[in-house]
Write a protein that binds this ligand. Structure first.
Ligand code: GTP
Ligand code: MG
Length: 174
């Protein structure tokens, strides 16, 4: 099967949770300690092979800063998949993730594949006290809402490709 399936995917989540860093890891296998906040949104693509099929991710990386909040619907309206990202060391970002889940369930495609992603788990390697959102809390929310769930580190690369592949595996191939 030589056909390429394109998947339009959007990243949503509070500012500085690591959305752009997850995309940078996935697309370029790279990480930057001082990544600039996204202005508006950024578009990137990456191809991966999933079960002998080529899947092309067309990725809209949105800006989390509040002043860009009104732009988000433009990006999620046509998306087939979404990553809702929070920072496991920032409880407020988990509350924001809950709001995004609600908004997507109300406003986005009914068959959208959504993954809930708790990022920055590398921080816990040195100090488990930094954890402010339990893995079980994330898992429970994802299960209740019918979402995929991963804890990731854009810094080490933990579970980054796995998250995208899991999304790709849930989308019907063309
Ligand atoms: P906005 O574009 O403003 O919405 O932010 P963002 O969600 O795209 O966050 P960004 O990727 O710019 O990362 C914010 C900061 O967190 C940067 O300093 C990153 O280096 C850092 N960061 C991102 N991911 C990780 C991670 O997995 N671990 C650690 N330790 N730091 C991270
Ligand atoms: Mg960004």
């Amino acid at each position: 099967n030589s056909a390429v399936t394109s998947i339009k995917l959007v990243l949503l989540g509070e500012a500085a949770v690591g959305k752009s860093s997850i995309v940078l890891r996935f697309v370029s296998n790279d990480f930057s300690e001082n990544k600039e906040p996204t202005i508006g949104a950024a578009f990137l693509t990456q191809r991966v092979n999933i079960n002998d099929n080529t899947v092309k991710f067309e990725i809209w990386d949105t800006a989390g800063q509040e002043r860009f909040a009104s732009l988000a619907p433009m990006y999620y309206r046509n998306a087939q998949a979404a990553l809702i990202v929070y920072d496991v060391t920032k409880p407020q970002s988990f509350i924001k993730a809950r709001h995004w889940i609600k908004e997507l369930h109300e406003q986005a495609n009914k068959d959208m594949i959504i993954a809930l992603v708790g990022n920055k788990v590398d921080v816990l390697e040195n100090n488990e006290d930094e954890r402010k959102v339990a893995r079980e809390e994330g898992e429970k929310l994802a299960e209740e809402e019918g979402l995929l769930f991963f804890e990731t580190s854009a810094k080490t690369g933990l579970n980054v490709t796995e998250t995208f592949v899991a999304i790709g595996e849930k989308i019907p191939l063309k």
